[in-house]
Design a protein around this ligand. Structure first.
Ligand SMILES: Nc1ncnc2c1ncn2[C@@H]1O[C@H](COP(=O)(O)OP(=O)(O)O)[C@@H](O)[C@H]1O
Ligand SMILES: Nc1ncnc2c1ncn2[C@H]1C[C@H](O)[C@@H](COP(=O)(O)O)O1
Length: 213
């Protein structure tokens, strides 16, 4: 056990819209705790770039790909006995991305139903314990758009701002209804990922949330 009261086998998942700072915080917290990271691999994703150029054509392929990747990570965390900080939850794939594309008509009804039934079947397995805590990072849309631009992934920069606006609004609704595990909400203006006192504060809050659950 560490000074924050976070069990060594805990799984901490970090959620939030694209560009909000999940990967950066995942690495910082894992380093402080001596935990492993479970990071999203953007560079080796065979569909992501194509998807941003043609949502309708590639939505289903991409969701299946993410589901498989997320599930493999889930299995790895389970088999290694926890002690992970995870960059993005599987709940966002289904609750934000797949649903958004289905609602906007860029994923067909039948594809969405196939995806959803696969997701439900996969989640109902022993490999699927819920995380001990989900840290939800939030911030204003202009700050997040600035971060997306600064990070410089061409496919994201060329995507219409309305896509990020819809996603931002969807996240705000989604977290209000999320109940699969305890949540710690964190605003980007209230921490500095490079300041050890700030990460100490976050981990203290994580320990409290886990202790109360
Ligand atoms: N706390 C922070 N303060 C300032 N910039 C940040 C912070 N966290 C992340 N960034 C920057 O914002 C961009 C997006 O961060 P990233 O962690 O990749 O987001 P996500 O994983 O949520 O998409 C990167 O350029 C990163 O360096
Ligand atoms: N499930 C998903 N569907 C569509 N796009 C997704 C999904 N999960 C992640 N993405 C995209 C969004 C970003 O362009 C990259 C990486 O996400 P990030 O929030 O920057 O870690 O993948």
């Amino acid at each position: 056990m560490n000074p924050f009261g976070i069990p060594d086998n805990a799984v901490i998942t970090i959620a939030g819209t694209v560009g909000v700072g999940k990967s950066t915080l995942t690495s910082a917290l894992a380093q402080r705790l001596g935990f492993r990271t479970s990071l999203e691999q953007v560079d080796y994703n065979p569909y992501l770039d194509k998807f941003y150029h043609d949502f309708e054509r590639w939505s289903f392929h991409l969701q299946i790909y993410f589901l498989a990747e997320r599930f493999k990570e889930q299995k790895k965390m389970f088999e290694l006995g926890g002690g992970f900080v995870q960059d993005r939850s599987i709940y966002e794939d289904t609750g934000i991305f797949a649903k958004m594309h289905a609602d906007q008509g860029t994923m067909s009804k039948v594809d969405y139903e196939t995806y959803t039934s696969l997701y439900e079947a996969m989640v109902m397995t022993p490999y699927f314990p819920h995380p001990d805590v989900l840290i939800y990072i939030e911030g204003s849309l202009p700050s997040i758009l600035r971060r997306i631009t600064e990070r410089g992934r061409e496919m994201e920069i060329q995507t219409d701002v309305s896509y990020w606006e819809h996603m931002h609004a969807r996240y705000a609704r989604w977290i209000g209804e999320f109940s699969a595990c305890p949540v710690l909400r964190l605003n980007i203006d209230e921490y500095d990922v490079n300041d050890p006192a700030s990460t100490t504060d976050i981990l203290t809050r994580v320990g409290k949330v886990i202790g109360q659950s």
